[in-house]
Design a protein around this ligand. Structure first.
Ligand SMILES: CC(C)(COP(=O)(O)OP(=O)(O)OC[C@H]1O[C@@H](n2cnc3c(N)ncnc32)[C@H](O)[C@@H]1OP(=O)(O)O)[C@@H](O)C(=O)NCCC(=O)NCCS
Length: 247
């Protein structure tokens, strides 16, 4: 795993170079005053979406997450966070509208519990996934239903103690790949394979487009914190990964 040193971010604005991957980690908790300030940044669509979330704690996390996501992206675009306009690809992947984004900043967002991670790259697609380890998940059942045959056998060859971390490494890499493609879960998790054994370099091992498709993507294992697994899949080579914690 590439160790990510999570440090305080540089002063705004933030510049990104072609080979770089920027990862932002932040909490979805906020004081009442901070929550209100973040909520004020949301678009009418985001407000509508928030209004549909019945559990208050989840609604607040949504508002804080999307407010902070806007603040992160505003740094790169040089525009006010509340002015950012998002479009969506056919399966829901958000992007910043071209007119606001002449530099081609691309991003992807993922959250679990009270943690969120945003990946940012320039001119190339990426996908991010973070998952909290849960004790109520039937890993064998999910692996049988969602993982490729080769992944299932490799997972089941591990001891039960090794299996939890391996399961989440596999899951987050698979989901990050589908998010990079913009397909989401509907893209089908069984049609490709990722590496996930301890010590194996993170990679797409088999995919529909053959070896060339596998080489096209770079898989970054992210150390997101205790009881968490996270990965980012980005097109092309990565010369530098920066990890910034938004406090
Ligand atoms: C995207 C998806 C994989 C998210 O998985 P998850 O683990 O529940 O959630 P995460 O926190 O990792 O990611 C959610 C974020 O990913 C982004 N996202 C949404 N759809 C996406 C897609 N197709 N590809 C990449 N990113 C996507 C959004 O920023 C979303 O945040 P928001 O819902 O708060 O706006 C899952 O919801 C999915 O498969 N969606 C697509 C559904 C679909 O195929 N619909 C077809 C309709 S035509």
């Amino acid at each position: 795993m590439r160790t990510i040193e999570w440090t305080a971010p540089p002063d705004s604005p933030t510049a990104i170079e072609a080979g770089e991957l920027h990862l932002w980690r932040f909490s979805l908790e906020a004081s009442a005053a901070e929550h209100d300030a973040l909520e004020a940044l949301l678009s009418s669509r985001e407000r509508e979406r928030a209004a549909g979330i019945r559990i208050e704690a989840h609604r607040r996390r949504y508002e804080v997450g999307h407010g902070r996501l806007r603040r992160v992206l505003g740094r790169y675009l040089g525009i006010a966070p509340e002015a950012i306009e998002f479009g969506r690809h056919s399966r829901g992947k958000p992007f910043i509208t071209a007119v606001q984004n002449p530099g081609g900043v691309q991003h992807n967002f993922s959250h679990t519990g009270d943690v969120a991670i945003v990946g940012v790259a320039l001119g190339r697609p990426l996908g991010v996934d973070v998952e909290a380890h849960r004790s109520d998940v039937d890993m064998e059942l999910i692996a049988r239903r969602q993982f490729a045959q080769g992944e299932q056998s490799r997972l089941m060859s591990l001891t039960p103690a090794e299996r939890v971390a391996a399961f989440y490494r596999c899951w987050t890499r698979k989901e990050a790949y589908l998010k990079a493609l913009g397909e989401g879960i509907a893209g089908g998790l069984q049609g490709f394979e990722v590496s996930f054994l301890a010590g194996e370099p993170p990679a797409i091992l088999r995919a529909k487009g053959g070896p060339e498709e596998c080489r096209r993507w770079n898989v970054i294992a992210i150390d997101a914190g205790p009881e968490l697994s996270a990965a980012c899949v980005v097109e092309g080579a990565v010369s530098r990964v920066a990890g910034w914690e938004l406090l």
